[in-house]
Write a protein that binds this ligand. Structure first.
Ligand code: PLP
Length: 455
């Protein structure tokens, strides 16, 4: 197949390159800072944690980066993922809007996360790494990386947020099936975990705490590297296979979206579906609205502040310029575990600051309302995280109806909810609570930050 400058799909429609939005962003991000010296960090600072190839991708300004053949071979197990028009859902909503969704639940782990887990495991393998430590919230990332590490023969240690470890034992068994060791975080295995437990022996854990534990393991052992499932630039870039495929698939459908939606935890599935479309906005003057849908109980994009903050709770990671609620913010134990994160990736934060993307927040009950409507019309039971994207699609579809403007909406169905049935049970039995953040809860952790708000 002839190579074009745009991007390349092979005969079986899997992209041959990832799209790096850093090449096209109008304003570059501020540099990440060393947590100790507060000076911009260089590749050497990240070398203990990540293989060099991923560090290069993190700072690359190349627009297209080749996907290694070994990675594409694994992608072939489930990619290209399907893109559907949700005609039954449209009927149910009685909307003139056309609603399409890209379905990432067809991967072995059931979400978009293997799109980056596979290349991350691959580059670690290439550089001789024997063991990886990581964190997981709802268990989606842990299972994706377990699958990938198993494929490339790397040992994996997973720090799983305690509330999910208890709510979602099947995710743990899934990780065990792919050969990983899973620990309920906070643990006694690390300094970071012991510190949290000393303050609160009943801590439900958080992604931030689990990240601290995994980073500490990698930083303090010579044979172990660290791997992150969201937030970082290279992770977001790996996910662009979602949007690149979607552009081609929408073309096949003879359509193009006015609105692209992804739910938002740290930004990876939102980036995956939206960045290739944003690239068209930047390079070809298209006007696609890209909307990130986040939980009202963890509203960093809609209510947080743009300032330098740590990626983890304890403060071991570099300081990243991001929208944040403060790294010590403890989100309510909502069922969308993958969205319980205090901050956002640097790229999405810069894009939001520059008003090139939008953000909206949704309460968990309206998300389950939307998710159940979707399941009853389209069949697939969505992950609680994905329900936020669906709630946003519903809102935009009903707005289109009220305004009488037929819009074309594309959302990313980031995963299935087959391991989240206890969350659906809580919804059906009326046990789901709406968590309304008070001003006090919203500001307490931001006030503790030493870094100023960036104008
Ligand atoms: C992890 C996860 C998310 C949230 O993470 P992002 O990095 O923001 O994409 C959303 N949906 C599913 C199904 C997930 O597993």
């Amino acid at each position: 197949m002839e190579k074009t400058k745009k991007y390349i799909l092979s005969e079986n429609q899997i992209p041959e390159q990832w799209y790096n939005i850093q090449a096209d962003m109008p304003n570059a991000m501020l540099p990440p800072l060393h947590p100790g010296t507060k000076q911009p960090i260089g590749p050497a600072d990240l070398a203990p944690l990540f293989p060099m190839e991923l560090i290069k991708q993190e700072v690359s300004k190349e627009r297209w980066i080749d996907i290694p053949e070994e990675v594409r071979d694994v992608y072939k197990l489930w990619r290209p993922s399907p893109l559907f028009r949700a005609t039954n859902f449209e009927k149910l909503l009685d909307t003139p809007a056309k609603i399409y969704y890209k379905y990432e639940g067809v991967s072995p782990a059931g979400s978009h996360k293997p799109n980056t887990a596979v290349p991350q495991a691959y580059y670690n393998k290439m550089e001789g790494v024997k063991k990886i430590a990581t964190e997981t919230g709802a268990g989606q990332w842990g299972s994706a990386l377990s699958f990938a590490c198993n494929h490339f023969g790397i040992d994996l240690e997973v720090y799983m947020v305690k509330v999910s470890y208890e709510q979602k034992p099947y995710r743990k068994f899934m990780m065990n099936t792919w050969g990983a060791n899973v620990y309920s975080s906070p643990t006694n295995r690390t300094e970071s975990g012991r510190k949290v437990l000393a303050d609160d022996p009943n801590s439900p854990g958080s992604l931030g705490i689990a990240i601290s534990e995994a980073v500490e393991r990698a930083a303090t052992s010579t044979d172990t590297k660290y791997s992150l499932g969201s937030v970082l630039n290279h992770v977001l870039m790996h996910q662009t296979v979602i949007g690149l495929e979607s552009i081609k698939q929408m073309e096949l459908a003879g359509d193009f979206p006015d609105i692209v939606i992804g739910c938002f935890g740290g930004g990876s599935n939102f980036a995956g579906i939206s960045f290739p479309f944003l690239g068209l906005n930047f390079r070809e003057g298209k006007k696609v609205r890209c909307i990130a849908a986040e939980p009202s109980s963890c509203p960093k994009l809609t209510k947080g502040e743009f300032r330098y903050d740590f990626g983890d709770t304890v403060g071991l990671t570099p300081l990243i310029p991001m929208y944040t609620l403060g790294h010590t913010f403890m989100p309510a134990p909502i069922h969308a575990g993958g969205l319980r994160y205090h901050g956002a990736g640097a790229i999405v934060s810069q894009l939001l600051k520059d008003k090139l993307i939008e953000a909206q927040s949704f309460h968990q009950i309206e998300c389950f309302d939307a998710g159940v409507k979707f399941a009853r019309s389209e069949g697939i039971i969505p992950a609680p995280e994905s329900n936020h994207a669906i709630a946003c699609a519903v809102k935009e579809a009903l707005k289109a109806k009220a305004e009488g403007t037929p819009k074309t909406i594309l959302f990313n169905l980031s995963g299935h909810g087959n391991f989240d049935m206890s969350a659906y049970d809580a919804y059906f039995s009326g046990k789901l609570v709406e968590h309304h953040l008070t001003e006090q809860e919203l500001h307490a952790d931001l006030e503790m930050l030493e870094t100023p708000v960036i104008a």
